[in-house]
Design a protein around this ligand. Sequence first.
Ligand code: HDE
Length: 754
Amino acid sequence: GLAAQMAANPNKAEEYGVGDVAPIPPLGATSSPVSALATASTATEINASPKVGKGQPVIGANPTNGPLDRVRVDAGNQVLTTNQGVPVADNQHSLKIGLRGPTALEDFILREKITHFDHERIPERVVHARGSAAHGYFESYQDLSDLTRAAPFAQAGKRTPVFVRFSTVAGERGSADTVRDVRGFAVKFYTDEGNWDLVGNNIPVFFIQDAMKFPDLVHAVKPEAHNAIPQASSAHDTFWDFVSLMPESTHMLMWIMSDRAIPRSYRMMQGFGVHTFRLVNAEGNSVFCKFHWQPIAGTHSLVWDEAVKIAGADADFHRRDLWEAIEAGAYPEWELGLQIFTEAQAEQFGFDVLDSTKLIPEEMVKVVPVGKLILNRNPDNFFAETEQVAFCTAHIVPGIDFSNDPLLQGRIHSYIDTQLTRLGGPNFHEIPINAPLAPVFNNQREGMHRQAIHRGRADYEPNSLGGGCPFQAGMKGFTSFPEPIAADKVRGKAELFADHYSQARLFWQSQTPSEQAHIVSAFRFELTRVQTPAVRKRVVSMLVNVNPILAEEVALGIGIDVPPAMPLASELPIPEYEHSPELSLMFRPGEIGIRTRRVAILIGTGVDAETTKAIYAALLNEGAVPRLVGTQLGKVATSDGSALDVEISSEASPSALYDAVVVQANALDDRNRVKNARTLEFLRDQYQHCKPMLVIGDGPTVLAKIGVHQADTTDPSFVHTGNQTLALALDTFIAALAGHRSPARETEAIPPTV
Ligand code: HDE
């Protein structure tokens, strides 16, 4: 109507008033656009969301989007302007004194453009520089108000918008995704009572016990000071020098050398708050709590050789995976689980719950599911959202409180402090992605880039000129849990912090044989990269305290004798548990079948068109992502005289990028040795990486071509139609793919490529 015509600036509709801008509905309202989106969340790749491929999510479909629409800019149908809104007539030429003369200083258009460009970069995060993020929501399963007054848990079905960023720790902003590292798992809840940031990792413990050591740890793991080598890797002297002098890191080293540190996808890893936190209810009663995110897709990881190859083939492997899953409507989901325990219980544990190098085995305190996290919208702009988002452990809300974990205590300071450098001043909370949905009123003023225009003259409290506003919330506001403390002011650590090995041992004992083999290989790899023999030896002397076989195997792999055990700082307590199955990656196979898994269907001249199409359709029907892979783009002549279009070449998307392969034995072109070599390499890698394989035709013949001379008939993930129908073979193949990979095959020796 008239109001719409009056809107002089479509990007600032709120200021200029467009009649049809609906107010943001209250959270949980059934008619809200949020619930409309919930319907879309059941979409699969086949029954996909309307935004597939368009990259244009429905504006306002998520509660965080309403407020952000205020700053979203769409240049469609608009003329180019300067930052002052002046239309630019010519964006090709600078202003010159004569066509061959010098450029005029008065060329404000050129100068504005170049000046802005000159200042485009901001410092990257000092750790966790490389990351990817998405919008979504958290939905509470139940009313948890007996435990906490935190707004997201106020009622069953309540939805709280979130923005979640995943990251690696050591690598710089442009480093590869699949390096061996911890992954960050940071969740910003835009709650009714302000922002709550749960800044966690995909590993439930940490390297060090006290914030005092964090700069040392990070200096040690980052590229070395003199030559800035290596990028995004712990496999170098300074890291292992430091950690082997800090035996408290042993437990974390076990996790970081396990396949946890090379996840298949951000969607397939757990998240942990790591520290003990407090939940506080409206009566002021408090319990301790550990936070767990459990991926609905299950925990899946890469194998090392695969991770290395992916880093070259697609450095954005995890970023792309997250982006594509969301664009396809296969929204990543996690369940939030809580481990709740009292202070009295904690005192009975054989470890200290304030020690971040320890976890609480699920056998001791079970993880209770309390809600679901769903990521359903990619950011519109990487810099504005993913780069500028500022997670801070200090951002807690009424109902959540800190414990005295000395690592957490230091973090409360660090995160806000680091944003001052990274985002350039104290007003970073006003950057749209960081701004709470809850209203902000206080007397903080000015500072660089202030956005709010505060009205009135009373910017102090108490005041009478402003009617006493904004006034204190009293008991309705955040109140720190009044923990009684009577103690000396000291530098030191609590007694149980001195046990560095019990839980490292528990972790080792809880791994499957193939997981243990991977841990051994990882230690061998890292220590082989270490150049200083004494450092190598010191690491092995730590491992002796974890497990003698582990120490022996590692020593063997780096060609040294097992050294004497590193002296213990304290006697090891009698462990509560010998085995905790949840610590194995195999514990959570996932609930999404083969949905989103990538399958290469290798095609070459003479391939059977009908079979290929049938397999493609069957996989698609299960929600997998099949691709017709050939040696080059173009058409492939099929056996019935028709043709198939190659979707991508094996050069552009090598084996490591796929979860499984389908190949027709008769289409393995033996005539062209060069092309054939790449296809055989593809198959060999699939085999070696223990991935499900489906051969149409005689399996053993194909195996022989890649140098495997005995078909492992007991391996359910190597399937061929030589001995069964296609339908049966497909079923077995799909089941194997849902199970991810076949550890049984790992012992198979593969002769090197000829
Ligand atoms: Fe962080 N950490 N950290 N950290 N951390 C940062 O904050 C720090 C720790 C974690 O996606 C920095 O905004 C200290 C544990 C994640 O933006 C910085 C200590 C855990 C992210 C910082 C720790 C984490 C960070 C760098 C020891 C898991 C990325 C940029 C006392 C529970 C958040 C920034 C994002 C980022 C400090 C230890 C997780 C410098 C001092 C333990 C997921 O403030």
